[in-house]
Design a protein around this ligand. Structure first.
Ligand SMILES: [Zn+2]
Length: 75
C-alpha cells in the first residue's frame, strides 16, 4: 500500500483508495481501467482481421492456382 499524488489536486492518496478524499478524483478506477481492455479489443480486432485476410488470401490463391493449373492442363 503506497501513497500516490492525486493527479487532480496533488493530495497524498492511498493507491488502494477508490477516489481522492479531497477532490473525489477516481484513483483506483483509473488504475483498474488500464489498457488490458483496449489491448484485448485490439488483439481481437487484429485476430479477426488476420483470419479474414488469410481466408481471402487463401481463396484468391486457390483461384489463381486453379486457373494456372487448368491452363497448363489445356495445353
Ligand atoms: Zn484529489
Amino acid at each position: 500500500m503506497a501513497l500516490i499524488k492525486c493527479p487532480e489536486c496533488s493530495t497524498d492518496v492511498s493507491d488502494q483508495a477508490e477516489q481522492c478524499p479531497h477532490c473525489a478524483y477516481p484513483i483506483k478506477a483509473k488504475h483498474e481501467v488500464k489498457e488490458p481492455i483496449v489491448v484485448a479489443k485490439e488483439g481481437c480486432f487484429l485476430q479477426t482481421l488476420n483470419t479474414g485476410c488469410m481466408l481471402i488470401a487463401g481463396f484468391i490463391g486457390s483461384v489463381i492456382l486453379f486457373a494456372i493449373l487448368s491452363k497448363a492442363c489445356n495445353h
